[in-house]
Design a protein around this ligand. Structure first.
Ligand code: GDP
Length: 265
């Protein structure tokens, strides 16, 4: 098998010194001390699991013989989607936002899982389903973009409206460039359908602290003022440094009902 990337497992993170460990596990918290005094930070800490919950969550993402993690199927039409048996989460975002890298990082403890990328322009984009044991399904939606074809919008709309087992949608936004026009198309769709979602800022290792802070505050303000269905806490991730990956695994386990009680750290 392939070697695990450094920091893919919590046991590796726990060997780091304290402030580095916090930066990897709770990247949003690390920004708190650069905020103007008096800033309301309640939305930075709504979901703040302790070590025990993080460890229990990690176990879902670690495959073994009794707990297989498998790519199950791809669908171009909803009648090709697997049955609605398990709770489901889906990941959507613009092409190049870092979605495949993020899903690969989440599944890095199950290196046999292949996260396929179909980037060739003109190729039919598909919805990819991954089954995590008997616990939940993780869905990789096709990336949308500037030239998002109508069939993409139709496929995503159909998916969002028909999957009654969909527990949460993770909308990926580039942490370096912030919300773009095309992101608002996805946001409008989620708001219109009343789908609960959460925003994930990607590639945070590439953003300077100033840029990241600006994007976080702008998006938080937008979420507060202009959305109904978006979870108020943003999730920050780097698939290269593994920051935010452990927290996101825990949130996925939680929203799929597999970690009902999450004690705070
Ligand atoms: P997708 O089209 O949304 O699936 O995007 P990819 O996962 O293929 O990533 C697009 C580009 O961004 C690739 O060149 C990745 O190597 C890069 N990338 C993705 N995630 C990260 C990250 O967390 N940090 C950095 N520095 N680069 C990233």
């Amino acid at each position: 098998g392939r070697a695990l990337p450094p920091l893919a497992a919590l046991s590796q993170v726990l060997r780091l010194e304290r402030s580095r460990r916090t930066a990897i596990v709770f990247p949003l918290q690390k920004l708190e001390r650069y905020l103007a005094p008096g800033t309301d930070t309640a939305r930075f800490r709504l979901f703040q699991p302790g070590l025990a919950a993080l460890q229990r969550a990690e176990a879902f993402f670690r495959s073994d013989r009794g707990h297989p993690i498998d790519y199950v199927s791809s669908a171009v039409r909803m009648d090709h989607a697997p049955p609605l048996a398990l709770p489901e989460v889906c990941f959507i975002g613009r092409s190049n936002v870092g979605k495949s890298s993020l899903i690969r990082a989440l599944f890095s403890l199950a290196p046999e899982v292949e996260v396929r990328v179909s980037k060739t322009p003109g190729h039919t984009k598909k919805i990819n389903f991954f089954k995590v044991g008997k616990y939940f399904t993780l869905v990789d939606m096709p990336g949308y973009g500037y030239r998002a074809p109508q069939d993409f919008v139709e496929m995503v709309e159909a998916y969002l409206q028909e999957r009654r087992n969909l527990k949460r949608t993770f909308l990926l936004v580039d942490g370096v460039v912030g919300l773009q026009k095309t992101d608002h198309i996805a946001i409008e769709m989620l708001e219109e359908f009343g789908i609960p979602y959460v925003m994930v800022l990607t590639k945070i290792d590439r953003a300077s602290r100033g840029v990241l802070l600006k994007n976080v505050l702008e998006i938080q303000e937008f979420v507060k003022e202009s959305t109904q269905g978006c979870f108020p806490q943003l999730f920050l991730v780097s698939s290269v440094e593994f920051s935010g990956i452990h927290l996101l695994r825990c949130f996925v386990a939680h929203v799929t009902g597999n970690l009902p009680t999450v004690e705070s750290s």
